[in-house]
Design a binder for this molecule. Sequence first.
Ligand code: MG
Length: 117
Amino acid sequence: MSDFETYTQKYIKFRNDRDWQQYHKPKDLALSLVLEAAELLELFQWKTDKQVEEMITDPVATEKLADELADVLGWILILAHDCKIDLGVALENKLAKNGKKYPIEKSKGSSKKYTEL
Ligand SMILES: [Mg+2]
């Protein structure tokens, strides 16, 4: 069993134990994912590069960061589960697609979008 499956089952059990699946329509799961991503962004809002460097070495701040990353990933796991998407396969496929969009010889050291290469 992959780590994705292990954690997906834990999140689904957490949801089902609370009878929350009735609220978990794909649209609402996607919305929740974006809301948690916004909470992640909020941790960085208005901070200088130096302040971010300090933040990621502070245990209290990194716990908040870890919490928001887990919130985002949790919604991804649940949404993928409900839409019957194998995240391991999806990641492999997308990495292959990105490799074609951004061949090393054209993209190495460049921040240009693939349409500009
Ligand atoms: Mg959160």
